[in-house]
Design a protein around this ligand. Structure first.
Ligand SMILES: NC(=O)c1ccc[n+]([C@@H]2O[C@H](COP(=O)([O-])OP(=O)(O)OC[C@H]3O[C@@H](n4cnc5c(N)ncnc54)[C@H](OP(=O)(O)O)[C@@H]3O)[C@@H](O)[C@H]2O)c1
Length: 273
């Protein structure tokens, strides 16, 4: 059997789309996870933690290509450092990395910036670590996945009034479409930084939240909230958007209809401000 492709983050939202697509393309897949999983459905699991580097060497052994999707709110630079070091030692031929649109356009200048947007600075740092690792690489930046926006909406709708960051816009994209592109990149040769992927439309946050409320059959007043700091200012200026790269096809409305199965508009959705 050919060398497996290692997928870090293969158990996550994006990874669960990437793994079967790689298999459909005839690839053997190994997944690195912090949890213990039984091998199954043609997937081999390796237990490890990229925050400490534990298990990284075993995960990359015998692998030519790594698709690095493991990511959390904190510590992505360290995760990349551990992975890239192990991959360089093992002679890995290609690391494909998923990053975020605007990673280097949102300044992290204060504690409040770091608290709200520190993960973007970490992503930019991880990109740099990869580029200087000596392992041939490809980095794709994507805008926010529909799943993340849905999670935000569900959290905010737990309150009687939905707080919405004033002036923010988003360009949500389907994680399955990002997975298609990542598989294409993983099966290709290292390409460096490739063009960003953005969702089909740019929405005001209020539009996204209203869309959610409509699809979920809920009623909540929306309360625009000011967001302090330089990073939030860059966000309001659209640093997180890629309107010139609106290559995604599935809209927020289509995603909501498929996920929540309802398009019935509630009678009253009004803004508090
Ligand atoms: N969500 C978005 O809107 C968005 C947009 C652009 C780019 N991205 C990037 O895309 C990637 C995947 O996002 P997602 O939404 O699929 O994330 P997710 O659902 O939260 O999944 C995170 C994955 O990372 C793995 N992981 C976390 N910490 C780890 C560690 N210390 N060692 C090894 N594995 C670890 C988890 O595996 P286990 O729990 O099994 O260990 C899990 O599979 C992330 O890098 C994210 O920054 C996300």
């Amino acid at each position: 059997m050919a060398a497996p492709i290692l997928v870090t983050g293969g158990t996550g939202t994006l990874g669960r789309f990437v793994v079967p697509r790689l298999q459909d393309a005839g690839q053997a897949v190994r997944v690195l996870s912090r949890g213990r999983h039984e091998d199954g459905d043609g997937v081999e699991f390796v237990t490890g933690d990229l925050a400490t580097g534990e298990g990284a060497a075993a995960a990359v052994t015998g692998v030519e290509t790594v698709v690095h999707l493991a990511g959390t709110a904190k510590g992505d630079e360290a995760k990349m450092r551990h992975l890239a070091r192990a991959a360089a030692r093992a002679g890995t031929r290609h690391i494909v990395f998923i990053s975020v649109v605007g990673a280097d356009r949102v300044p992290i200048a204060s504690g409040i910036d770091r608290a709200m947007f520190g993960y973007l600075g970490e992503k930019a740092a991880a990109e740099r670590v990869l580029a200087s690792s000596g392992v041939p690489w490809t980095t794709l930046r994507a805008t926010q996945f529909h799943d993340l926006v849905l999670l935000m909406a569900q959290q905010m709708a737990k309150m009687p009034v939905m707080p919405v960051p004033a002036g923010w816009r988003m360009q949500p994209i389907d994680a399955g479409e990002v997975a298609d592109r990542l598989v294409e990149l993983a099966l290709g040769t290292p390409a460096g930084r490739v063009p960003d992927m953005g969702g089909p439309r740019v929405y005001e946050m209020t539009q996204l939240m209203r869309g959610y409320l409509t699809a979920a059959g809920k009623r909540r007043p929306l309360l625009p909230m000011p967001t302090p700091g330089k990073a939030a200012k860059a966000y309001r200026a659209g640093a997180n958007l890629a309107p010139e790269r609106a290559v995604g096809r599935r809209t927020w409305e289509d995603f909501l209809a498929a996920r929540l199965g309802s398009t019935t508009a509630p009678k009253l959705v009004r803004d508090a401000a």
